[in-house]
Design a protein around this ligand. Structure first.
Ligand code: YZS
Length: 259
């Protein structure tokens, strides 16, 4: 059974993450289902996508499925990890992908909404970037997603504190494009999509690709890349990573030792 609900409404493809029992944690199966929905919309030449959770969900998505994170000694966020595959599919979709957010958004799901082209939210929306809570060495492409969207001090605060940023602050710092009343969330998002749909999709497709390519136009030396990977490896080989994942599964706070 698919973990997403797929609709076509007013020229827009709507993908609803629909595994609320697991708080829409981004498991490999949920990611596969989102990607299949995107592929089908692309084949039907549907240019604008809305990504949402079921109406009234307290949690939009709890982030990466922690139960699917590898145990110690393996990179938890390598190139082919399901979250990474999903983020690339959203970035490469040949038209705008709009995140419509009601409820809280954690970790990898926060990276997902940063990767979407726009974010529309209501006052229940909250956003937390959680790797430092789970002892995860976040990957450099993920850091770049935040650097490209937010002032660096704000991005660092999110990563360092792992605290939820409430909707009004998220609007002020630029995480979300528009903060709208709960009852207007869908109509506002559909109106925005309707405006975009009157414009040239040929033009929009290449502009999105230009933003993608130019926002990644950083070069680093091989030794800098290898040094960062080496530092990340120390983290995913550490006691702290193992302890944080175990603590999550045992539903208790993690005790970090810094090693
Ligand atoms: O006990 P059961 O089996 O019913 O399962 C519980 C939770 O274990 C499960 N669950 C998750 N399972 C896998 N991956 C998750 N991310 C996840 N989150 C929750 O869902 C069932 C219901 O959860 P409860 O905790 O009982 O629900 P509640 O008391 O309402 O609390 C909801 C929140 C969202 C506050 C709580 O579940 C929570 O803090 N979840 C973890 C949120 C989080 O930190 N996500 C980040 C995951 N990491 C990443 O995305 C990146 C890799 S990173 O770490 O780098 O940011």
């Amino acid at each position: 059974m698919s973990l997403v609900k797929v609709e076509f409404l007013e020229k827009v493809g709507i993908i609803t993450l629909n595994n609320t029992q697991k708080l829409n944690a981004l498991s490999a199966q949920l990611v596969d289902d989102i990607i299949e929905a995107l592929d089908n919309f692309q084949k039907q030449k549907i240019h604008i996508i809305i990504l949402r959770a079921p109406e009234g969900s307290k949690v939009w998505s709890a982030g990466h499925d922690v139960k699917e994170l590898p145990s110690k000694m393996r990179d938890p966020l390598s190139y082919y990890d399901s979250l990474e595959v999903l983020l690339r599919a959203v970035e490469e979709y040949p038209g705008p992908v709009i995140a419509m957010v009601h409820g809280s958004v954690y970790g990898g799901a926060c990276d997902l909404i940063m990767t979407c082209d726009m974010v529309i939210a209501d006052k229940t929306a909250k956003f937390a970037m959680t790797p430092a809570k789970l002892g995860v060495p976040y990957n450099s492409t993920g850091i770049l997603h935040f650097m490209n969207r937010l002032p660096i001090n704000i991005a660092k605060e999110m990563f360092f504190t792992a605290e939820l940023v409430p909707a009004d602050r998220a609007l002020n710092v630029g995480i979300i494009n528009h903060l709208v009343a709960e009852e207007e969330l869908l109509s506002f998002t559909l109106n925005l999509a309707a405006t975009i749909s009157t414009r040239s999709m040929l033009s929009i497709e290449v502009i999105k690709e230009q933003f993608r390519v130019l926002s990644k136009a950083y070069s680093i030396t091989p030794s800098a890349f290898e040094r960062v990977q080496g530092m990340r490896r120390k983290v995913y080989d550490s006691h702290d990573y193992e302890e944080a994942i175990t603590a999550f599964l045992e539903k208790r706070p993690a005790h970090f030792k810094g090693e």
